[in-house]
Design a protein around this ligand. Structure first.
Ligand code: FEO
Ligand code: CA
Ligand code: CA
Ligand code: CA
Length: 614
């Protein structure tokens, strides 16, 4: 496990597979049948562009030959009675009807349902967090968690969660369909329910929910995914930052320590809501840190926390199909030295059985990855009753294993990673790409995380075996793996947009090219961006900068329409820090950019951007 970095790098980087042969492998699989419709004709050539130079600029930039349109910004009205955006005003009721803050994951789901429409659809967008210093003005300094008013905190709860927005392309420009009955907000107060092995368990029971089956809301909704049956998956990530107090003695102490509950408090919600105080409601944190599934086509649908997928700091949850038809969900736990997970459903997906599909994520096997120096990666099942996941280690049932998935994974010998963010399976080659954003705390390298003090991150490529009758065996126990690329500037050509740092989210364009968005270029004094990365040929593994965010922002949520004619992405937290990544002295009245409004009366706002040719 401790092979020197130089040897490991040589080992991994030299084992380049012949990708040309791989496209044939997927042709006979269910996965290919499902995806072929999405990845058929190309409406735009996304490969032919001159890379942008790296720079730090108050405005966004996109490669020549393309145009970028700001479609939605935090606070824009969505629901029929939503008032117009008012800068700096705390109004929780208004915010609950408006687009939320800090947009991250984006999915485009065509309208009508089941079609391949690329002119009309539902944009499903996560809202990751809120920033009081940039939401509300103070005469001096910044609004923060300790001086925020009740209404300001309530506004934050309403700004969290998810937005469903009907959009339409009219004469080449995207428009929000205001007052659509399909528009919807999920917030930190929306009623939801639990399903799967942990639903109803005593460790979910609280004063407000004595049965452990109902829960108010979702928050810290980072990345996510969609399913073959048209639902959206939301990853609940840094939920621990909402909970105040030291982990108290008792059955939850180990659990809360491992999830950093109490030690990383960043919000003031506990001041007005007892459930965020560990001393008052020690089980409340167990109700967050899950994957939430909901049906965006049904505005009345009740979102469901799918406990079979485990509880940790979920970056996202992306699905593919195993050669057998079972649903496979890949998930990263974005923290230093945490793990890469995979869920495999017990039953198979069947497009003709929607009611059965609605339960697919409740039964199956959660596994965690252990990387070996011989180029293999083994998936270790998190199943209660098999040593050491039994009473001797404090796990009385599968519910305990799922609630404390991190501790269970450690006991199994999973490989501690450099902050796993997005994980996506390629639609035709079946290879799985893992964004490892960085890990400045790493002193001890391991085979899949070979750099000490990894400031720039890297991308792994996992290669599932071929199934018995063809296709990709995503449910197999053992895959192979390689390093696709490592982040960081080259010794020369720093400004050339041919390298990246801190990979975060990814997607594939209609040609199967990988697109990677970044969150951390500021440590190089450049803005974050979206990069195209070839997976085959001479340029394999070389990023090319296509879109550059304004100062302070990360780029996330890249998503193509089915025909590939539009690329949506999130510009998150513009202007919250300066060109060097420092937050010092930056607040509502003193931001380094006022993107996208550039109005001195309006603070910078996170936005959804639509990019097309022309
Ligand atoms: Fe919310 Fe891991 O980024
Ligand atoms: Ca992220
Ligand atoms: Ca993605
Ligand atoms: Ca990130």
């Amino acid at each position: 496990m401790n092979t020197p970095f130089s040897e490991v790098l040589q080992l991994r980087m030299s084992r380049r597979a012949t990708l040309g042969a791989l496209s044939a492998l997927g042709a006979s699989t269910l996965l290919a049948r499902w995806l072929r419709a999405d990845y058929a004709p190309q409406a735009a050539d996304w490969s032919s562009f001159e890379p942008l130079p790296h720079a730090a600029d108050p405005n966004m930039a996109v490669a020549k030959g393309f145009r970028a349109q700001v479609l939605l910004a935090a606070g824009d009205p969505l629901l029929p009675k939503a008032p117009a955006y008012r800068a700096g005003v705390a109004d929780a009721a208004a915010q609950a009807m408006q687009f939320g803050t800090h947009n991250d994951f984006i999915a485009f789901l065509p309208l009508p349902r089941g079609s391949r429409s690329s002119d009309h659809g539902l944009l499903c967008v996560n809202h990751e967090y809120s920033d009081l210093a940039m939401l509300f003005p103070r005469p001096e300094g910044a609004c923060d968690k300790d001086n925020a008013t009740r209404e300001e905190i309530q506004h934050e709860l309403a700004a969290q969660g998810h937005s469903v927005v009907e959009i339409r392309r009219v004469e080449g420009s995207w428009q929000v369909v205001r007052e659509s009955p399909r528009n919807r907000r999920l917030t930190a107060l929306t009623p939801m329910r639990f399903s799967g092995p942990v639903a109803g368990h005593e460790r979910l029971r609280t004063k407000a929910d004595p049965e452990g089956r109902r829960v108010l809301g979702t928050f810290d909704c980072c990345s996510g995914g969609t399913t073959p049956w048209g639902t959206v998956l939301i990853g609940e990530e840094n939920v621990n930052k909402r909970f105040q107090g030291e982990p108290v003695e008792g059955p939850e102490k180990r659990n809360h320590k491992r999830m950093d509950c109490g030690s990383e408090l960043e919000y003031g919600w506990h001041r007005f809501h007892e459930r965020f105080q560990l001393a008052k409601e020690p089980r409340e944190p167990n109700r967050y840190g899950w994957v939430v599934e909901f049906d965006p086509y049904d505005p009345q649908s009740v979102p469901i926390k799918r406990t079979a997928l485990g509880r940790f700091k979920h970056e996202g949850a992306t699905t593919t199909l195993d050669a057998s038809g079972r649903v496979v969900v890949y998930m990263g736990d974005d923290d230093e030295f945490e793990f890469l997970y995979r869920f495999v459903s017990r039953e198979s997906y069947d497009a003709n059985q929607p009611e059965r599909n609605a339960r697919l994520l409740d039964e199956g096997t959660l596994s965690v990855a252990r990387f070996e120096a011989d180029g293999s990666v083994r998936w270790l099942p998190l199943v209660h009753g098999t040593a050491p996941l039994d009473a001797s280690s404090g796990f009385a049932s599968q519910a305990d294993v799922l609630i404390e998935a991190r501790s269970a994974a450690t006991l199994l010998g999973a490989t501690p990673m450099d902050r796993p963010e997005d994980v996506e399976a390629h639609p035709t080659s079946g290879r799985v790409y893992v964004m490892l954003t960085n890990n400045r705390l790493r002193e001890q390298p391991n085979t899949a995380n070979p750099r000490v003090r990894n400031l720039h991150g890297h991308v792994l490529e996992l290669i599932p075996p071929t199934g018995a009758t063809g296709g990709h065996a995503h449910a197999a126990d053992v895959f192979r793996w390689e390093i696709l690329l490592q982040g960081g500037p080259p010794e020369s050509g720093r400004e050339a947009g041919l390298w990246l740092s801190c990979p975060d989210n990814c997607t594939f364009d209609p040609s199967g090219r990988l697109w990677i968005s970044t969150d951390g270029m500021a440590r190089n004094e450049f803005c974050d961006g979206l990069f195209a990365v070839e997976l085959t040929g001479e340029q394999r593994g070389t990023p090319r900068l296509f879109f550059r965010a304004p100062i302070g922002a990360e780029v996330c949520g890249p998503c193509f329409t089915p025909d590939g004619s539009t690329l949506f992405l999130s510009v998150q937290h513009p202007g919250d820090s300066d060109a060097k990544g420092s937050y010092k002295g930056i607040h509502y009245n003193n931001p380094p950019t006022r993107f996208p409004d550039f109005d001195p009366a309006i603070p910078p706002r996170s936005s959804v951007v639509a990019i097309q040719r022309g």
